[in-house]
Unconditional design. Sequence first.
Length: 431
Amino acid sequence: MATRVPRLGWQKKLLFHSLMLVFAIAIIECASLGVVYLTQGSWAKLVQLRTRLVLQDPFRPGGDFQAPMVIHPYLGAVMEPQSDGGRLTVDGKYGITEYGFIDNDLPIHKRSRDHVIVGFLGGSVARQMSINASDRLAQELTTIPEFAGRTFTFVRLATNGYKQPQQLMTLTYFLMLGAEFDVVINLDGFNEATLPGIDNVPAGVFAAYPRDWAKLIASDISSEFNRMGGYISYLRQGQRDDARHAASFPWNYSPTAQLIWTLRNHRRDEKIMAQQESMNRFTEEKMPYCRSGPSQKFDSPAQIEEHCTEIWSQSSLLLHQLCTARGIRYFHFLQPNQYLEGTKPIGSEEAKQAIRLNVPYRAAVQSCFPLLRIAGTRLSEQGVSFFDLTEVFIDHPEPLYEDNCCHVNKAGDLLMAGAIGVQIRHAMSGQ
C-alpha cells in the first residue's frame, strides 16, 4: 500500500514560492551588478553619472559647468546670464555673472595696496582650475615678498571653448571697461590644438573664429537648426527624468534597475550624437559671410595646426606686450593633456574614463602639442614668462583625468595651481 505524501498547506506553498522569487531576484540583481561593474567600472561611477544627469538642465547641456554660448559683439561668445543673477554652480557661491563668465563677483576691480588682482584666461580647464584651486594658488603667491600681507581677488575670465585670440580680446575688452590687474594667468593650448580642425575648418569657417561659429550663427538665423537643437534638448530632458527616477527609492538600490537605466541612457546618447552630426552637416552647407568669414584653404591637418600654433603664439606675445604696457605681470602656461604620451602614468582604472582611441582630440594633441612647446620656447626668448606644464603629472600615477577630453579632478586642479604658483614665485623672485 503506497504511502500518501501529505499535501503542503497554502502557507508553506506561499513561503516556498516567495523564497524562490527572492532567490531568483537575488540572482538577477547579482548578475546585473556584475554587468554594471563591467560597463561602468564601479558603482560609484554609475552614481556619479546619474547625479550629473539628475542635476543637468536639458536646455543647458553639460549641467552646471556649461550654459548656452550666446554671441558677444567683441568676445565671440559668452555664457548666457540668468535672470536670477546667475545659477550657483560650485560651493554655493559661483554663478554666471552679467558679463557671461562663471565667477563669484563682477570682473571689474581697481588696484590697491591691500590686495592683489589676479586674472585667469583660457578655456574650460582654466575656468575649472580657477574655481577649484584658487586657494592653493594663493598659498604660493603669498610667499612672494611683493604680495606679503595682501589679500587676493581672483577674476575668472576663462570659459568653455575659448581659444586664441579670444583670451587676447577678452583682456583687451575688460581693460577698456576699466578693469585693472596685478597678475594675469593664461592656461591654454588644448583648444587651440584641437578645436579649429574639428569644428570650424570642416564647416568652411575661418579657423580663428570662435569654436562652432557656424552653429552660433545658425541658431539665430535658421528655424530648422533650432528644431534640431530642440530635439536634443528633448532627449536630454528624457535623460534627466530617467536619472531622477533611477535615483529614487527603491530603484537606487537595485542593480537591475540601474542597469536598465544605463542602457536607456546610452540609447539616448546615441540619438543625441546622431542629431549633433546632422547639425554639423547642416552648417556645412553654403553659408553667408557672417557664418564663414574669409575663405581659407588648408591642404592637410598639419597646415591647420601650424596656422593655429602661430595664432596662439602671436596672441600670447600681444598679451605680454599689452600687460607690460599696463604694468601687469603676465604668465602663460601650456596645459597638460592625457594624450601627450609620456607625460603621465595612466593606469587601467584612469584609462577607462580618460582614454579613447577614436576621439578626434587624440591625434591633434599628439601632432600639435610638440609645435606649441617649440613655439613656447620662442615666446620665452622674446621675453614672455612662458612655462610648459605638460609634465606636471609625470610623477602622479593616481587617477587625475576625469573625462576623455582634457579635464582633471580637483586633485589635478590643486597640483596645477601649486605648480603655477611655484613658477610665478620663482619668476618674480628672479630664481
